[in-house]
Design a protein around this ligand. Structure first.
Ligand code: SAJ
Length: 425
């Protein structure tokens, strides 16, 4: 059976792996991106960002990328994977999504199925996206075109969970849309596809699951602050609690919560609920706890730097890690930036190094980054940093290490005479 023409709108960390997977499964795939340069790279089989899966797969599964939305005209399935960030004051920014819907509306063919993967608030498709699509296409949703929501679930850089293995949920405008959407995902995934009763339920699933993660991280971050005053190592306690085979799910304290999902999605719900007269106190509190972790980490360092008989303005500090999580080159909402800014405000000379994110404003090597440093903060637990040994610091005469990701061997560093401080350990 001829496989449908599938168009993926948005070729970032979500859209590109999906485009490759659909191509792998035999669909004719067009990738639509705003960036001509990104389209050119992808058409040459070059991944626009560092990701081993993408780089190797693009060569085997060539997709056609374009910056011209008119190429959507032959697509039977159009999947929207554009970012849904927040504006200042953490208000949802739906502009990329509205713009994508406008482009789709102008080019969509009758009978097409639109699937939204971007993370959105419950009710957004009905209240915002369908009106935009109908206005631009002069068609009627549910009749002339179908629309569904299948919230993206991707864990960038996660070797254990590739996009094809992660179960999904689907909600749609009607039964026909639901069946068509479920069939499509069943044809590309090796995982279950669960049908939700409504679009809103599908939209709510993602917001709930990511808010769940954010509050759990805040929970352990608060315990980390409290346990550190009792000289209790929270990592050992979490490992102890993890022996409970039910109703405990380990999360880990750190110098902050970054990325394009976890620190963003709760703000979507907070804003939407506020419009409906409900105040998500718990989500807001969790967000403020997680947002306090960069300052908490810097305070740990400043306290130790005071033991050095040197004017703080003549000090140099090394930040190891810019990426928001290990072994990726994605730095969106990374707590590292807040840490760098807080230290800069103290007049401290800050040197940054991240093997995945090299630029003219960062050191080009670990050796260069550690030179003449008075103290180090590990802000990302890249494998390279997890393997660091005390001697690497001692040979540079660095005696203060703040482990913002609790990824080093604490006892070994303390035995080597290094002042080691973790987050809650
Ligand atoms: N973090 C902690 N403590 C934790 C876990 C994470 O401080 O216990 C921090 C990380 O350092 C990072 C941020 O939170 O800065 C986000 O980490 P993440 O592992 O949640 O990474 P993401 O943003 O790639 O999350 C994705 C999400 N997937 C989708 O939104 C579809 C999330 O729902 C997944 O739970 C997560 O991957 C995952 O499980 O890996």
């Amino acid at each position: 059976m001829k496989k449908a023409n599938v168009a993926i709108v948005g070729l970032g960390y979500v859209g590109l792996p999906l485009a490759i997977l659909a191509r792998e499964k035999g669909y004719n795939v067009i990738g639509v991106t705003r960036s001509q340069e990104k389209a050119k790279k992808i058409n040459k089989g070059i991944s626009p960002y560092k990701d081993k899966f993408i780089t190797s797969s693009l060569k085997k599964n060539q997709i056609f990328a374009t910056a011209n939305p008119i190429e959507l005209k032959d697509a039977e399935i159009i999947i929207i994977c554009v970012p849904t960030p927040v504006l200042s004051k953490n208000k949802p920014d739906y502009r990329p999504l509205i713009s994508a819907c406008a482009n789709i509306g102008r080019n969509i063919k009758k009978g097409a199925l639109v699937i939204v993967e971007s993370t959105i608030n419950p009710g957004t498709i009905e209240s915002l996206l369908i009106p935009e699509l109908e206005k631009r296409s002069h068609m009627i949703a549910g009749q002339d075109f179908l629309i569904s929501h299948c919230p993206e679930r991707i864990s960038p850089g996660d070797k254990d969970w590739s996009i094809a293995d992660i179960p999904r949920v689907v909600g749609s405008i009607n039964k026909k849309g639901l069946e068509k959407t479920v069939r499509f995902y069943q044809s590309i995934l090796n995982a279950d596809v669960k049908s939700m009763n409504t679009l809103k339920e599908a939209e709510a699933v993602k917001i709930l699951e990511n808010s769940f993660r954010d509050i759990n991280i805040a929970f352990v971050n608060e315990f980390a602050k409290s346990f550190s005053l009792l000289d209790i190592d929270i990592l050992n306690v979490i490992n102890g609690a993890s022996t409970k085979p039910f109703s405990f799910l380990a999360h880990y304290p750190g110098c902050g919560v970054g990325g394009h999902c976890i620190p963003i999605d709760p703000y979507y719900m907070i804003a939407q609920a506020k419009n409906n007269g409900f105040n998500h106190k718990f989500l807001s509190l969790a967000r403020s706890i997680n947002n306090s972790m960069p300052q908490y980490t810097v305070d740990l360092l400043l306290k130790k730097l005071k033991t050095i008989n040197k004017d703080i303005k003549n000090m140099r500090v090394t930040i190891l890690g810019i990426a928001y999580k290990k072994d990726v080159d994605d730095f969106r909402a990374s707590p590292s930036f807040k840490i760098i800014s807080l230290l800069g405000k103290k007049g401290i000379d800050v040197v940054v190094y991240d093997p995945y994110i090299l630029s003219k404003s960062t050191a080009n090597s670990l050796d260069e980054a550690l030179k003449d440093s008075d103290g180090v903060i590990i802000a990302t637990d890249h494998d390279l940093f997890r393997k660091l040994q005390p001697k690497t610091f001692l040979e540079k005469n660095i005696k203060i290490v703040i482990d913002g990701r609790n990824c080093l061997d604490k006892e070994k560093f303390i035995r080597a005479g290094i002042t080691y401080v973790g987050i809650g350990r």
